[in-house]
Ligand binder design. Structure first.
Ligand code: KG4
Ligand code: ZN
Length: 326
């Protein structure tokens, strides 16, 4: 099938074409406008999506050497995400699907993040455990099969990506905070400050990062002269140490040979390296870095999987800003 995927849940406007499980194009426009505000401004995000969506879809089609009339279906992010941003993407997609008289399907953005791993590893076998770490979510999943998912635990407060973003703001860095902290941390000693790790008992699959952010704030108030690279490295390590330990417990408990990481934080090189060092005897899989952060290739890919077994949405389906996987 030839599927156009559209993603507008936050601050990336993205379109992609997937044909028979292969990504032919993945066009993306990152909204730079938010960086000066230190976070995404929802109203601006919707307006930017409206401005760029047409161009991005055109680009994705051109790169795949296809025309609108060639498409067999449209997959679009239904949630979770910012209401206005989701409405922009779904309304655009509904118009396109109605005009072309082809099926449309609303996609769960989080489930799509998990399935982005099949783009890097087409032979990835079920079952696997998945650490899903994005700007809004931190969850541990046992993925038994396609459409058979068991949540092991999630964060009680901030998501891991949010901990990076809020930490970066405290340190006076830009948005998104993850890449900013990662760059600084490269030249720092990650063992120089022992920031707190919460809920670290074995087999506890819940996370909590709000105390860590407060600890960073207090540390910075008390130690004005400390090396910022050491702070960034130690803060990053405190987040990643927790993520890797819990992923390891999850793999042991479920006896899964494959460990999969998904979402924006999966782009972090220290996380990749540390997980490979700490979790031995199991395969650790990460998406390609450009498919870790928000993109439409993951939407088109998962969309094709569902559309090819006949799953579709009605043209009047609603957005779900708080959509969950199960
Ligand atoms: O998946 P994503 O693009 O959007 C959501 O669905 O939320 O994730 C964005 C999050 C942001 O919090 C960003 O700071 C974080 O992913 N992120 C990173 C890195 N690149 C993006 N965190 C740590 N290291 C990175 N290299
Ligand atoms: Zn995302």
């Amino acid at each position: 099938m030839k599927i156009l995927g559209i993603e507008t849940s936050c601050d990336e406007t993205a379109a992609s074409v997937c044909v028979d499980g292969k990504i032919l194009s993945s066009a993306l426009s990152s909204q730079e406008i938010h960086s000066k505000f230190g976070g995404v401004i929802p109203e601006l995000a919707s307006r930017e999506h409206e401005k760029t969506l047409n161009l991005i879809v055109d680009k994705a089609l051109k790169e795949s050497n296809l025309f609108l009339k060639d498409l067999d279906g449209i997959a679009v992010t239904q949630g979770p995400g910012l209401s206005g941003a989701l409405i922009t993407g779904t309304s655009f997609s509904k118009g396109l699907a109605a005009g072309l008289n082809i099926p449309i399907l609303g996609i769960n953005h989080l489930e799509a993040h998990i399935f982005a791993n099949f783009l890097a590893e087409p032979d990835l076998e079920f079952p696997f455990v998945c650490l899903l770490v994005s700007g809004g979510h931190t969850q541990l999943w046992e993925i038994k099969d396609f459409m058979s998912y068991n949540m092991l635990g999630e964060t009680r407060d901030d998501a891991a990506g949010e901990a990076f973003d809020k930490g970066a703001r405290i340190l006076g860095l830009g948005y998104p905070g993850g890449p900013e902290i990662e760059i600084l941390a490269k030249n720092g000693n990650h063992k120089s400050i022992n920031f707190p790790r919460a809920l670290m008992k074995n087999n506890n699959f819940e996370f909590s990062f709000s105390g860590l952010k407060t600890a960073l704030l207090y540390y910075c108030e008390k130690n004005i002269k400390k090396d910022i690279e050491d702070i960034a490295a130690s803060y990053q390590f405190a987040i990643i140490d927790v993520l890797v330990k819990k992923l390891k417990y999850a793999a042991e408990l479920t006896n899964c040979k494959n460990c999969v990481v998904a979402g924006g934080v999966a782009a972090n090189q220290f996380l990749r390296q540390h997980s490979k060092e700490q979790i031995t005897g199991r395969k650790i899989i990460y998406p390609h870095p450009r498919f870790c952060t928000d993109n439409a290739a993951m939407i088109a890919y998962l969309g094709e999987k569902y559309l090819s077994i006949g799953k579709t949405s009605k043209l009047d389906f609603s957005i779900l800003p708080n959509m969950r996987i199960v």
